[in-house]
Design a protein around this ligand. Structure first.
Ligand code: PAF
Length: 295
């Protein structure tokens, strides 16, 4: 496994790989890797000749600076996991390698920087106005900013993302299409702990007891999946709120039943061909999200 910290060195190496007509699979991450990330690497390994994984805690997608400070950083352990998974290349840049001071200053001033569109008419429309987009202003602009930069640096054939970040996946698909990037976006299943808790780097910040309590999040979503054929959307949302309230340590930020493609909330299942239930909660200082596709 080769580790690169600079764009130039990575690109020189990738150019020689492309010259050999080898396909490149890309797994972008913010580190603190777990089995969920490794499942993306495994999928990429099965599909592509060479796999690149990036580890970069992207400052521009954090709207809450204390969240950025507390984001777990476990670089050495990450390298070991990737080595074990037979990842070929790791790209682990410093912030200054990825961003100019001007870009960082715009973020500090909470001014949405659209330079990543490079003049393309990119508009996420209502996709970014709901759920995570509504609760974390500027978050998806930061995600699109860093993912577009990484895509331009790595130029992969395929890129792999976990379905836990359901809305992020929709934003990235839309971004790739609007920027006309020839990259296939592959969605990978959510990996869960034995109690159903969706694997996430943020789980690192939970105590053992909190991890156990957090099992209620997916239990609630799967209860909705079991009952959606016999209850209305509003009854299901009320049921979810009631179930989450049984664990006082958890506070609900939102529960939304939405069309899986437009991500707009639905009030009647007949409105959609495919629906998803998405949730965001706070457990202590840790914000957790999860989702389950209903049909
Ligand atoms: O899902 C993540 O870990 C991040 O949002 C991503 C896609 C690596 C961009 O920083």
């Amino acid at each position: 496994m080769i580790i690169f910290n600079t764009i130039e060195e990575l690109q020189n190496h990738l150019n020689s790989i492309r010259n050999q007509k080898k396909s490149i699979g890309f797994v972008p991450t913010m580190g603190a890797l777990h089995k969920g990330h490794i499942s993306l690497v495994d999928k990429a390994k099965a599909d592509c000749d060479v796999v690149v994984c990036s580890i970069f805690v992207n400052p521009t997608q954090f709207n809450d600076l204390s969240d950025l400070d507390k984001y777990p950083r476990t670089l050495e352990a990450d390298y070991q996991l990737l080595e074990k998974a037979n990842c070929d290349i790791v790209f682990a840049p410093e912030v200054t390698e990825m961003y100019t001071e001007t870009e960082l200053e715009l973020k500090r001033q909470k001014i949405e920087d659209k330079s990543w569109t490079q003049g393309h008419p990119v508009d996420f429309g209502d996709l970014e106005k709901v759920m995570e987009g509504a609760h974390r202003p500027g978050h998806f602009n930061g995600v699109a900013q860093v993912v577009s930069k990484l895509f331009r640096i790595v130029e992969p054939n395929k890129a792999y993302f976990g379905q836990k970040d359901f809305q992020q996946l929709a934003i990235i698909r839309s971004m790739t299409k609007q920027l006309q990037m020839p990259i296939e976006i592959i969605a990978c299943d959510i990996m869960r702990e034995p109690n159903g808790l969706a694997m996430s780097s943020r789980n690192e910040r939970l105590t053992k007891q909190e991890r156990e309590l957090a099992g209620i999040i997916s239990k609630t979503l799967f209860t909705i999946k079991e009952q959606y054929k016999s209850k209305s959307v509003s009854e299901l949302k009320a049921l979810a709120e009631e179930q989450i309230r049984t664990v006082p340590a958890i506070s609900m930020e939102y529960i939304e039943i939405s069309d899986s493609n437009s991500l707009q909330p639905i009030s009647d299942f007949k409105q959609s061909k495919s629906a998803v239930v998405c949730i965001a909660v706070k457990l202590g200082a840790v914000r957790l999200i999860d989702n389950v596709v209903l049909f």
